[in-house]
Design a protein around this ligand. Structure first.
Ligand SMILES: [Zn+2]
Length: 317
């Protein structure tokens, strides 16, 4: 966007559209974010297991985190009418703590077969160290054994080399490129990822890296096949509405509806649906919000708040 020029996002332009954000760390976000996402048409999300901003000091915090991704966070999402899935894995940064990484590898099989787990992720390279490579390879084997898709985090530093290497290693382990979603692409990596038959995911980052105007240009150039976009919103400066906002921008820039639907909804379902865990009918079912429900005795309500019970509306207001 040109300096000084601020375009406003209106939900109106994407009203009635449905979005799937295949990479968003809701654990770090507020209930306001959930509400805004639901209002903007986000019907389902994938929350990859990731780095929490500081190193974990023991295996139990991994166990609790994975449990929350298949437990409380899924429940919290349902309270806003959004179907929640997750990917489970050892993130690349913490692969560098080998004693802990060994323990994580031992508990991963306890979580990856659970309902709603649509892949192994996000895994791959950060600093591209030997330890990162070791645990990336072990987790590729795990994915292959479980028949689950892989969600690859490509490094922000030395991205081109890290992306190529991530794909080389996946092929070396005999993974079908169609089972591998390569994330955080940019103009430098997209061609090779698509040429080699992998899925190319793009994270729309506010202010830096991959803004959504650049994303529009990529779709103009490469089309919509095997391309998907996500917000990767987390505890940093990020935008949980990145997917609907980019769809709105694509409409304005004349990209056809079919292509927009593929990159903001359908392709993610096709890719991660290979887990056998995604059923689109569930998106409608979770819209029947009943905030009187509890998870292990807890609700999203605080003292005195009136629960919202909304059994029919598509757009939640
Ligand atoms: Zn992430």
């Amino acid at each position: 966007m040109a300096a000084g020029k601020r375009e406003t996002f209106s939900i109106e332009s994407v009203k009635g559209m449905q979005f799937f954000d295949p990479h968003v760390h809701m654990t770090s976000r507020t209930t306001d974010d959930y509400q805004a996402m639901a209002d903007a048409g986000v019907v389902a999300i994938i929350e990859p297991a990731f780095w929490l901003g500081q190193p974990r000091t023991g295996i139990d915090t991994f166990r609790d985190y994975y449990s929350s991704l298949v437990g409380w966070e899924r429940f919290r999402s349902s309270q806003f009418g959004i179907k929640h899935y997750c990917t489970i894995g050892l993130n690349s940064r913490e692969a560098n703590n080998e004693p802990l990484a060994e323990q994580v590898m031992e508990i991963l099989p306890l979580f990856i077969y659970k309902e709603g787990v649509v892949g192994i992720g996000e895994i791959g390279f950060d600093d591209q160290t030997a330890a990162e490579e070791k645990y990336y390879r072990l987790q590729l084997e795990l994915a292959k054994e479980a028949g689950l898709p892989v969600q690859i985090h490509t490094p922000h530093r030395d991205k081109k080399r890290g992306t190529t290497r991530s794909m080389d290693i996946a092929l070396e382990h005999g993974l079908d490129p169609h089972m591998v979603i390569v994330d955080h692409n940019n103009e430098e990596t997209v061609k090779e990822v698509l040429d080699r038959g992998f899925w190319a995911a793009f994270t729309i980052y506010p202010f830096t890296k991959m803004g959504n105007e650049r994303m529009v240009e990529i779709v103009k150039q490469y089309g919509s096949e095997r391309i998907m976009i996500n917000s990767a919103a987390d505890w940093g400066i990020s935008d949980p509405l990145a997917v609907p906002k980019t769809a709105a921008l694509m409409i304005e820039k004349g990209i056809n509806y079919g292509d927009i639907r593929l990159v903001t909804y359908q392709n993610a379902i096709t890719a991660f649906g290979q887990s056998g865990q995604i059923n689109e009918a569930d998106f409608a079912a979770v819209k029947e919000i009943d905030q009187t429900q509890k998870f292990a005795g807890n609700t999203v309500l605080r003292g005195g708040q009136q629960p919202r019970v909304d059994k029919s509306s598509m757009i939640i207001r």
